[in-house]
Design a binder for this molecule. Structure first.
Ligand code: SF4
Length: 266
């Protein structure tokens, strides 16, 4: 397979590295394709379906999901045909039906010409079922605290047995990658809460910063950092210091270990 692939997106001839997705290739060429479930740090899953595009050329003519479709030699992609616009509007209306007040979703819908939804359910949980939180928790944090339950319309994200999670370490990565703010992290006093509209997913006591004394992180999170952190020989890792104190501190002076170096290099 050649290293560089030639394809056409919206009539523009584009070159992209083999293995790249159509969504990435379009974005690199400055062509906007809407998406909610895509995040550059996560493996794509094609969950929200908003990035649908019409393909032809080296693939049979049809609709594909740009975030999981790899570029192919001779591929012809159209991102904004009448058919795509219509399907995208239906997807957005369905998403809005459940999360009619989500600012991020409303903004995206307006950009695609959708101002209201025919599918309002009376619910409002802000979750667009993109699964970014599940993926970051599983693939990046390794905590496996979140999971999908149920099917179809009843599908939702929760914890094992829908109870306070024992696996969660309170890192807040899920809240950070959520495109609509449906998962939130709240620090109040010395307690951290990770929650969605309908459920508290996990609760923690916050440990104090060793320097300023402000409660700032759950013990499970600190343990995970100290387990995973790169600890160069000769550099002590200062545990349990809050980000503000770390920012104020002098940069640590690296201590080089030349133990195994020959006396003379040349
Ligand atoms: S806060 Fe908990 S649920 Fe969210 S990513 Fe971290 S470990 Fe997973």
């Amino acid at each position: 397979m050649p290293d560089t692939i030639n394809l056409t997106i919206n009539g523009q001839e584009i070159q992209a590295p083999a293995g790249m997705t159509v969504l990435e290739a379009a974005s690199r060429a400055g062509i906007y394709i809407p998406t909610l479930c895509h995040h550059e740090a996560l493996e794509p899953e094609g969950t929200c379906r908003l990035c649908i595009v019409e393909v032809s050329g080296s693939l049979r003519h049809g609709i594909r999901v740009a975030c999981i479709q790899e570029v192919k030699e001779g591929l012809v992609v159209e991102t904004d045909t009448e058919r795509i616009q219509k399907d995208r509007r239906i997807i957005l209306e369905l998403l809005l039906g459940r999360s009619p007040y989500s600012k991020q979703l409303l903004d995206l819908a307006a950009k695609c010409g959708v101002m209201t939804s025919r599918f309002l359910t009376g619910e409002n949980d802000d979750c667009v079922r993109c699964g970014r939180c599940v993926r970051v928790c599983r693939d990046k944090i390794g905590a496996y605290a979140l999971c999908w339950v149920n099917r179809g319309y009843e599908r939702k994200i929760t914890t094992d047995f829908e109870r306070l999670s024992e696996n969660c370490i309170g890192c807040g990565a899920c809240a950070q990658v959520c495109p609509t703010g449906a998962i939130r992290i709240e620090d109040r006093g010395n307690e951290r809460k990770i929650y969605t509209w309908g459920q508290v997913l996990a609760k923690f006591k916050l440990e104090p910063c060793k320097q300023c004394g402000r409660p700032f992180a759950p013990q499970k999170y600190l343990d995970r950092i100290s387990e995973k952190a790169y600890k160069p020989k000769g550099l002590e890792l200062v545990d349990a210091v809050c980000p503000e104190c770390v920012k104020k501190a002098e940069p640590p002076r690296p201590i080089a270990d030349f133990g195994n170096m020959p006396d003379k290099m040349w």
